[in-house]
Design a protein. Structure first.
Length: 394
């Protein structure tokens, strides 16, 4: 095969072009770990890149440095960090207390609060509602960018248009499932790497028997991952880049189950009238919901007993609002965090807990950022056991 033909074939392979700046690794703040420094240099060189890094690997530090250095070399005066509600304090702490910035990124809820050059933060809601205009900024990064994963979502459709004129863009989130092809394509679309429709046509074949089921063309699989590799980095641990994992290996997770007795005398009957010997939450949604209601008091009592016996800070996770209210009645010292609470109050309570000023925090298990704030403030030796309570089935 001639060199000219090989060059012709190579020209058909689509890779993301570099739109950024080559920087000396020594310009990255020395506080950053080696894997963080490498990602910053790679990201700034590309100008539009995705940081897919596992929780705890320092995505906030990576974004802050990437934004700072991009502004320095591009001459852009305004940068915007868009993040979920309740996360801004992490960026402030990292910027000022760790990276030594003279001024923390300023949080804004509308364009009217922009009062000069600098790095600003806002929440996703303010962008979606048109209060903050991304096109006013020359550099932008999306923290917890998994909100873009759904093509039909309001966030994805709006953000594609709102950020289209921002020359330097980054996204950061935990490593996505490599089998969720559409999610990867949506990140690429937001970054301006390739139009989503073009990517679908170029790499995937449709399944006529199942809508929205994408399958990579066998002859395109290597090219697809080479293309993804040109604009995204997937990092599970520092050793992926050849560095030591010291300090990133958490101790084994210990789960302690506490059984709670259930009253089987009112187990109920089957549809055909056959009486049940035992209560069961596995028969359906109605049975599961009833079991939660009926066992609420004993579960709350056990949770409070466990928390009171622990000589350390505790998070009490709940699913139902009735559980939250019952926990608060049984444990008045518990501070609650819930959706209808004002965001400023919610954020301050999370900060107070992460700083050790609150002993008990009650919230739903989906509030992973609350757990993250807490874990970031704890030495590894003090990480908790996980305590779960379940009903007895006998």
């Amino acid at each position: 095969m001639s060199d000219s033909y090989l060059n012709f074939l190579a020209s058909k392979v689509r890779l993301s072009e570099s739109r950024g700046f080559e920087i000396d690794p020594a310009e990255v703040n020395p506080l950053l770990k080696p894997h963080q420094r490498d990602l910053v240099c790679w990201g700034v060189r590309g100008g539009r890149r995705a940081f897919f890094a596992r929780f705890g690997l320092g995505k906030s530090m990576i974004q802050l440095e990437a934004v700072r250095l991009t502004m320095k070399y591009s001459g852009e005066a305004l940068a915007l960090i868009t993040l979920p509600l309740g996360v801004r304090q992490e960026f402030r702490i990292d910027a000022v207390d760790k990276l030594g910035w003279s001024e923390a990124p300023r949080f804004i809820r509308s364009d009217s609060e922009i009062d000069g050059p600098g790095v600003y933060m806002t929440n996703y809601e303010s962008v979606r509602e048109g209060k903050v205009t991304p096109s006013r900024f020359g550099v932008a990064t999306l923290d917890e960018a998994s909100v873009l994963r759904s093509f039909g979502s309001k966030t994805y459709q709006q953000f594609m248009e709102l950020f289209a004129e921002v020359p330097y863009r980054y996204v950061a989130t935990a490593t996505p499932d490599p089998n969720r092809y559409k999610e990867l394509i949506h990140y690429a679309g937001f970054l301006g790497i390739m139009d989503t429709g073009q990517a679908l046509t170029r790499f995937f074949q449709r399944d006529s028997n199942k809508a929205n089921n994408l399958t990579l063309y066998p002859h395109k699989e290597r090219e697809f991952w080479l293309w993804v590799h040109s604009w995204a980095v997937f990092l599970q641990r520092p050793s992926d880049l050849g560095y030591s994992d010291d300090g990133y290996d958490l101790p084994p997770l210990r789960v302690h189950y506490h059984e709670i007795a259930a009253d089987h005398s009112n187990a109920g009957a089957e549809r055909d009238g056959q009486q049940r010997m035992f209560r069961s939450a596995a028969m359906g949604l109605q049975d599961a919901a009833r079991e939660k209601r009926d066992s609420l008091t004993v579960r709350v009592d056990k949770a409070v007993e466990i928390a009171a016996a622990e000589d350390r800070h505790c998070i009490l996770w709940h699913d139902l609002e009735d559980e939250r209210r019952a926990l608060k009645r049984a444990l008045p010292e518990m501070t609650e965090v819930y959706g209808s609470l004002d965001i400023e109050i919610r954020e301050q309570r999370v900060i107070d807990f992460s700083d050790g000023r609150l002993r008990y925090l009650g919230t739903k298990p989906a509030a992973d950022r609350i757990v993250g704030c807490w874990l970031n403030a704890q030495p590894v030796a003090q990480l908790p056991d996980i305590v779960a309570a379940k009903d007895v089935r006998r």
